[in-house]
Structure formats: structure tokens, C-alpha cells
Design a protein around this ligand. Structure first.
Ligand code: NAD
Length: 302
């Protein structure tokens, strides 16, 4: 049985790559899909309506239901219009998959203000704005006594969880998305909304040059682990009604792997019960570090 029958799903950045795979997978599970994409180049320039339209055409040709949205998800008002489009077209909204993203990779010492602003805008605001408008819609429904099984699925990254060389702005933005997810989950549970995030890995234009060997296509007949479609089943399940008891989690997902990122936790600590003298601190920090779990190395660090 299809697990998203009658659900209305918005997927941002769904004209290509992972978002496209999610859109096709949701439609195949019976969902009505708003295919959002600004159709920009990897750095966020040169918008085009073509990629979103192609995905809608593909879904409709396969007998599914889909509509194009060319809204800029990082524009507060435009994100609100996208939520309204879902409600006007399909009569409601159940799931927001925040997936749109750009990269402006640079070593930290060379990075520019404009790159920081562009990357933080698209990822952080571009995740917050659609979810904020969706949350308003769900709160109104909940207050009216109507059932809500809202789902926010955010897209973080290994870069956001562990850091990634030449991606300081991107890593900062993706880390912000992981912590945004925790707060959304804690605040919105009472109105019937879950929030989870994924840290995916797949072959898309964002990765095929930077991680060429890892992303290479495989021989025919073998499992193509880096196909973006491998990430979508988890996303579709998180968007289904069945996942209602799962919230505030970050999932690492690639190929056949589904993992739970354990994130920041309180580690070893020592309370002196009084203010420290700066000269005493070094010894106690080294003792604590000896007990603490070693951090996972930053991606790309040798
Ligand atoms: P992609 O470049 O193929 O797709 C991103 C899409 O987002 C593009 O089609 C682009 O037009 C759209 N977009 C950009 N800015 C937008 C805006 N303001 N409004 C609407 N649409 C916009 O890249 P992808 O690899 O499929 O990435 C999808 C998401 O997954 C991104 O958030 C990315 O950071 C994340 N991610 C990808 C990988 C990977 O291995 N590919 C790993 C970790 C995280």
C-alpha cells in the first residue's frame, strides 16, 4: 500500500538532485507534490523555471499529482506564497521537505562577506521561512480542533555535523539547520508536528566534481549506492503518518545506510564549586579531554 496517499507535500529545490528524487518518490507513494525550485546555478545565480516544470511533467506523465512552484524559499513572503499554493491547489498541507541549497566553497581565510550572506540566506532562512509559514497553518488547524500530522524534514549535512574543509559558511549553515530542527521538534509537538533532519550523501551536481571517486557510477547491475533515489525512502517515511513518534532526530543516510547522528551531548565535567583561576584551567581541561570521546575528524582534513 502507498504510505503517503492523500498527503500534500512541498519539496524545496526539487528540480534536480536529491529534491527531484524525493518528489518522484513521494508521488509514487500517492502524495500530491508541490515541486519547488528556483532553478539556479550551484552558486545561486541565474534562475530558471525549467527544472521544476520538468519534474512536474515527469510526475504527471506517471499518473501522479504535482504543481510547480518557482518561489525563492529564502524570501519570507515568497515562502508564504508557496505554502498558500499547496493549500489552494491540493486543499491542505502535511509535509515540508526543506532541501533547496547552494554552495560557495572557499578556504575560510579567503571567504567573502557576500558568500557568507548568500549561503546562510538560502540554507538557514530558506529552511526557516517555509517551516514558519507551515507551522502557522498547522497551528490554526490544531486550534480549530482539526487533526494535524504535520512533518518538517530538514536537510543538514555531514559538513554541518562534523565540519568540512573549504566549506565554513556551508558547514555553519548546515549546523544551524540541525539545531533549528531540535527547537522545531520541541516546540511544535503539541500541535501535532514532528521535525527531523537528514544528513545525506548522493551523486548530484553538488558532489560529482568535489567527490569524484566516491560518487562514481557503478557497473550495470551493481547497487548504485550514490544514486540520490536511495536517500528518498527515509524521507518519504518521515513524511508519512506512520513516523509520528519520531521527532528531533538527525539521520545520516546514503546508499543502503540509515543511521542516527548522536550529536552534541554533555560529556565529562568537573565542578570546582568556585571560580577558576586561569592558570589552573589547563590541567583540568586536559584531564577532561582524556576522558572525552574524540570528535569525528572534519571532512577533508588529512
Ligand atoms: P542540487 O544543486 O542538485 O539541488 C539543489 C536545488 O536547490 C537546485 O535545483 C537549486 O535550483 C535549488 N535552489 C537553490 N536555491 C534556491 C532557492 N532560494 N529557492 C528554491 N530553490 C533553490 O544539489 P543536491 O545535492 O540535490 O542538494 C540538495 C540538498 O542536499 C542541499 O540542501 C544540499 O546542501 C544537501 N546535501 C547534499 C549532499 C549530497 O551529497 N548531494 C550532501 C549533504 C547535503
Amino acid at each position: 500500500m502507498a504510505i503517503c496517499e492523500n498527503r500534500v507535500v512541498i519539496i524545496t529545490g526539487a528540480g534536480r538532485g536529491l529534491g527531484r528524487a524525493h518528489a518522484l518518490a513521494f508521488a509514487a507513494e500517492g502524495a500530491s507534490v508541490v515541486v519547488n525550485d528556483l532553478g539556479v546555478a550551484q552558486d545561486g545565480s541565474d534562475p530558471s523555471s525549467a527544472p521544476a516544470q520538468q519534474v512536474v511533467d515527469e510526475i504527471v506523465a506517471a499518473g501522479g499529482k504535482a504543481v510547480v512552484s518557482n518561489h525563492d524559499v529564502a524570501d519570507w513572503e515568497s515562502a508564504g506564497e508557496m505554502i498558500q499554493l499547496a493549500v489552494d491547489t491540493f486543499g491542505g498541507l502535511d509535509v515540508v521537505v526543506n532541501n533547496a541549497g547552494i554552495v560557495r566553497d572557499r578556504m575560510f581565510v579567503n571567504s567573502e562577506q557576500s558568500e557568507w550572506e548568500a549561503v546562510l540566506r538560502v540554507h538557514v532562512l530558506g529552511h526557516a521561512a517555509p517551516a514558519r509559514h507551515a507551522a502557522s497553518y498547522w497551528r490554526t488547524k490544531s486550534k480549530a480542533g482539526e487533526p494535524v500530522s504535520g512533518r518538517i524534514i530538514n536537510t543538514s549535512s555531514g559538513a554541518g555535523l562534523m565540519g568540512s574543509i573549504a566549506q565554513a559558511a556551508y558547514s555553519a549553515a548546515k549546523g544551524a539547520i540541525a539545531s533549528m530542527t531540535l527547537v522545531q521538534a520541541a516546540e511544535l509537538g503539541r500541535i501535532g508536528v514532528t521535525a527531523n533532519a537528514i544528513a545525506p550523501a548522493a551523486r548530484t551536481r553538488m558532489t560529482e566534481d568535489a567527490f569524484k571517486d566516491m560518487m562514481a557510477e557503478v557497473d550495470e547491475g551493481a547497487f548504485d549506492a550514490m544514486d540520490p533515489a536511495n536517500v528518498s525512502p527515509l524521507v518519504v517515511w518521515l513524511g508519512s503518518e506512520d513516523s509520528g513518534d519520531v521527532t528531533g532526530r538527525v539521520f545520516e543516510v546514503e546508499g543502503g545506510i540509515i543511521g542516527i547522528a548522536e550529536g552534541f551531548n554533555h560529556g565529562p565535567r568537573f565542578d570546582k564549586g568556585a571560580r577558576w583561576d586561569p592558570a589552573e584551567v589547563g590541567a583540568v581541561v586536559r584531564d577532561l579531554l582524556a576522558e572525552a570521546v574524540e570528535p569525528t575528524p572534519v571532512y577533508g582534513a588529512s
